[in-house]
Design a protein around this ligand. Structure first.
Ligand SMILES: [Zn+2]
Length: 263
């Protein structure tokens, strides 16, 4: 599940593979960018902002540009050595190929692909709330933005990237379990918003640098979450069957005993 930590890791993979390199070829397989040719462009850096990936480039004429992509549920970037077989995913899912002397970066099933002047980067990510894994993470601002929607459910508010950027469905479910908060609790009734936000940040940060997302401390298959993906299985704390239901546009998992409904 690509959430803030996965995107942070992906940005680091691209940074290691491409930063400082000059592209020897490119292939952008989406209609709106099919005529763009990035050959000769220099890769300055790769960064993440919430769940958005920003590849910053310098064109041969010296102007700075940003190649933006979003992984949503199913996108991925991989870096290959030159000549290595691209085996990660089927070829028809390829949206971007960036070739450099030392590595080839391949983007699969990317969403919201856009190439914009660097000065216009904010048009793509300026709406985002504080980035949980950003160098400028601002927990007070995240709490302020959440609290500005008192009647919204905390389950939906945590997923709204305008409040804070980086939490996806897995971390939403897990944070609320660990805080003993029902996902249907209105924001105004959440006992400690600051504590909730701080825990979300710690969980994401703990998974930086690895691809297995664990909130339990276990990396064992089937043991990595408390409630997410565990419908009808016993709660690890109390043994009650974990439930799964729609909440807003997403499903949510929770333990009805550990997270009593306070609507
Ligand atoms: Zn329980």
């Amino acid at each position: 599940m690509p959430e803030g930590d996965t995107v942070w890791n992906t940005a680091r993979v691209l940074q290691r593979a491409l930063a400082g390199a000059r592209l020897t070829g490119s292939d952008l397989r989406v209609p709106q960018l099919s005529t763009a040719d990035l050959t000769g462009w220099a890769i300055r850096e790769s960064a993440s902002r919430g769940k958005h990936l920003l590849l910053r480039l310098a064109a041969p004429d010296g102007h700075d540009w940003t190649l933006h992509s979003h992984l949503r549920m199913d996108g991925a970037w991989r870096a290959y050595a030159p000549g290595e077989r691209w085996a990660a995913r089927p070829a028809h899912l390829i949206r971007v190929v960036l070739r450099s002397p030392g590595a080839v970066a391949v983007g699969y099933h990317l969403h919201e692909l856009a190439l914009v002047p660097a000065a216009e980067e904010d048009s793509l990510v300026g709406h985002l709330g504080p980035d949980l894994l950003g160098p400028d993470w601002d927990p007070d601002e995240a709490v302020r933005r959440l609290a500005a929607h008192p009647d919204e459910t905390i389950g939906e508010a945590l997923l709204d990237q305008r409040n804070l950027a980086g939490v996806g469905n897995l971390y939403k479910c897990e944070v609320l379990f660990l805080r003993g908060t029902s996902p249907w609790t209105p924001v105004r009734a959440v006992p400690d918003l600051a504590g909730t936000v701080a825990l979300a940040q710690r969980l994401l940060a703990a998974n930086r640098g690895r691809w297995t997302q664990s909130t339990t401390g276990s990396l064992r298959r089937g043991g990595t979450t408390y409630v997410y993906g565990r419908r009808a299985q016993p709660c690890r704390r109390c043994g009650t069957a974990i439930r799964k239901e729609d909440l807003g546009e997403r499903v949510t998992y929770w333990c009805p005993a550990c997270q009593p409904d306070r609507r």
